[in-house]
Design a protein around this ligand. Structure first.
Ligand SMILES: [Zn+2]
Length: 287
């Protein structure tokens, strides 16, 4: 399935999202590590405790903030591999979970709980209960009431702490009345925004082929991210949101590719990995 979207401002981009959601396919489990740079709050926040999820950070000049986001989990063993790799490499990441995937069995529930309890290394966010009525996006977005109910159920079932969501199959952004994305998704988006949800899209996807095989290699993905920063071609300045899927990193060779990707990015001292609760549209909303 292909979705087109535009980046804000003058920049316009076409993103291709090949979403193929598979209830119970692969996944990344985590217990990561952190990068405590940039921590500390300077603004009042209605979010949570100062050190908890959502506590604002201060962005540092000259740094580049990378938000690694992984969708559709928990999908072991990919989720587990992601969790281990991020932990070993000391980088933060975000997992947008799917309620149905969590509820497949006790093992997946434990993975989701583990992710929920891993802040500040990892944060979990809402990626719906049914993944858009099991990838039936046309139906999902044509029934806004049902779609919103599906998202709200996931928030509860997944025990997501903050109102941060990514819509199934749509690169849509929303925060405090600012909405952008495919037209078909906007009614649902506005409804969620009015309920206090920030909707997070992505700047670039690490794509996959059938069988959830990553299309790009580690060096290629890292180069693409560098290019986006250099061209200032991202939704928010000095930030980059990567979309990937846990299940892509189930096999050892692809898990290794993820490890290499992280290693390449870490070589640049400007790069800071953060969890999505520190993304500008979320922090600014809470000021
Ligand atoms: Zn998804």
């Amino acid at each position: 399935m292909i979705h087109f979207f535009c980046l804000p401002g003058k920049l316009s981009v076409t993103a291709v999202l090949g979403v193929a959601i598979l209830i119970g396919n692969t996944g990344c489990n985590s217990s990561g590590q952190k990068n405590s740079k940039g921590k500390g709050s300077t603004t009042n926040s209605s979010f949570m405790a100062r050190s908890g999820p959502g506590a604002p950070i201060t962005y540092q000049n000259g740094k580049r903030y990378i938000f690694l986001t992984f969708d559709d989990g928990p999908q072991p063993p990919g989720t587990n591999n992601c969790q281990s790799i991020f932990h070993e490499e000391g980088v933060k990441a975000t997992f947008f979970l799917v309620g149905f995937n969590r509820n497949i069995d006790a093992y997946r529930r434990r993975i989701a709980d583990s992710l929920n309890n891993s802040y500040p290394e990892f944060i979990t966010a809402n990626h719906s209960t049914t993944h858009g009525f099991r990838d039936n996006y046309r139906l999902f977005y044509s029934r806004p009431d049902s779609a919103v109910a599906d998202m709200l159920k996931a928030q509860k079932d997944l025990n997501i702490k903050l109102k941060i969501a990514r819509l199934p199959g749509m690169n849509t952004w929303a925060s405090a009345g600012q909405v952008q994305g495919p037209k078909s998704s906007l009614t649902v988006t506005r409804a969620l925004d009015s309920l206090g949800y920030t909707i997070i899209g992505w700047d670039l996807e690490w794509q996959f082929t059938k069988g959830s095989v990553p299309k790009q290699g580690a060096a290629e993905m890292a180069a693409q991210i560098n290019k986006r920063f250099e061209q200032k071609y991202t939704y928010q300045p000095n930030t980059f949101v990567l979309l990937a899927h846990d299940r892509m990193f189930a096999r050892p060779q692809y898990a290794d590719s993820l490890r290499k990707f992280i290693a390449i990015l870490k070589q640049d001292p400007r790069n800071i990995f953060e969890t999505i609760d520190h993304y500008p549209t979320i922090q600014n909303r809470e000021k």
